[in-house]
Design a binder for this molecule. Structure first.
Ligand SMILES: *[C@@H]1O[C@H](CO)[C@@H](O)[C@H](O)[C@H]1NC(C)=O
Ligand SMILES: *[C@@H]1O[C@H](CO)[C@@H](O)[C@H](O)[C@H]1NC(C)=O
Ligand SMILES: *[C@@H]1O[C@H](CO)[C@@H](O)[C@H](O)[C@H]1NC(C)=O
Ligand SMILES: *[C@@H]1O[C@H](CO)[C@@H](O)[C@H](O)[C@H]1NC(C)=O
Length: 226
């Protein structure tokens, strides 16, 4: 007697993850890049959001090697963040102290290896987050804190910039001319992916996502009765 398949059911479960996996997929806060991700997991730029970066730096000065606390103020929880201190050469400078819910963005962003921090989970985080930044050991000139705060796909995101901070009595005159060509290696040729060689199998739209892009889960179920 032979087995007969009465039939089978194919079910396709398509889960478009519209929220917030494991951190930013891009190094820089560029509106077009963030809005351009397939399925718009970060939504659109929302100019009505009122987040701000505030730092406890007296007289707007940072001390080389010293630490500062950045407070993200705002009126509502957020799900995702990308944050860095940007110098005039567009390097992400200094180092962030990782706390629960956050991680260093490991995407070879221009600048210091621990200079870019992001969320590590999908959980909503209340506004008022405080993160500790340690300044570079040397005077690197003026720095501005820049980032993207994502509420969710429906509400959208804000690109946040702080005022500028510098070293008191700075004698900074810019980086040596000989290093200019080595600074801030950005991909060219139109790819929005900040680090296109790190995983060539990931489509550009996912690789450039602040939230890690959309994830398509397809499940094929085969039910056989004998
Ligand atoms: C990314 O996040 C998802 C859901 O939050 C989790 O299941 C997965 O393990 C995470 N992946 C990594 C590499 O952390
Ligand atoms: C957050 O801080 C920024 C900059 O100091 C300020 O402009 C903004 O009004 C503040 N937002 C809230 C909700 O307090
Ligand atoms: C950073 O990414 C590289 C390459 O994907 C990996 O080998 C390394 O373990 C990662 N480092 C951290 C701290 O996650
Ligand atoms: C800048 O140069 C002046 C004169 O050499 C020196 O007194 C001052 O300490 C320098 N400032 C800094 C922040 O190094």
């Amino acid at each position: 007697m032979r087995s007969i398949f009465y039939g089978f059911i194919i079910s396709i479960l398509v889960a478009v993850v519209s929220s917030f996996p494991n951190g930013s997929g891009t190094c820089n806060s560029i509106q077009a890049t963030i809005e351009g991700v397939a399925n718009s997991p970060m939504g659109k730029l929302n100019t009505a959001l009122n987040y701000g970066f505030n730092l406890n730096l007296k007289n707007n000065n940072y001390i080389p090697g010293g630490s500062a606390i950045l407070t993200l103020n705002g009126t509502q929880p957020y799900n995702g963040i990308l944050l860095y201190a940007l110098d005039s050469q567009k390097n992400h400078v200094g180092a962030w102290t990782v706390t629960k819910g956050f991680k260093i963005l490991n995407m070879s962003c221009a600048g210091d290896p621990e200079g870019t921090i992001t969320h590590d989970s999908a959980n909503p985080k209340p506004a008022g987050t405080q993160l500790t930044w340690t300044a570079p050991k040397t005077d690197v000139g003026p720095v501005t804190f820049v980032g993207t705060v994502v509420v969710n796909a429906a509400t959208g995101f804000q690109i946040v910039k702080s005022q500028s901070f510098s070293v008191a009595g700075s004698n900074f005159t810019g980086p040596p001319a000989s290093t200019n060509t080595a600074v801030n290696p950005q991909p060219t040729g139109g790819s929005a992916a900040p680090n296109p060689t790190s995983n060539p199998s990931i489509p550009t739209s996912d690789a450039s996502s602040l939230m890690g892009g959309s994830l398509l889960l397809a499940k094929l179920g085969l039910v056989a009765a004998l």
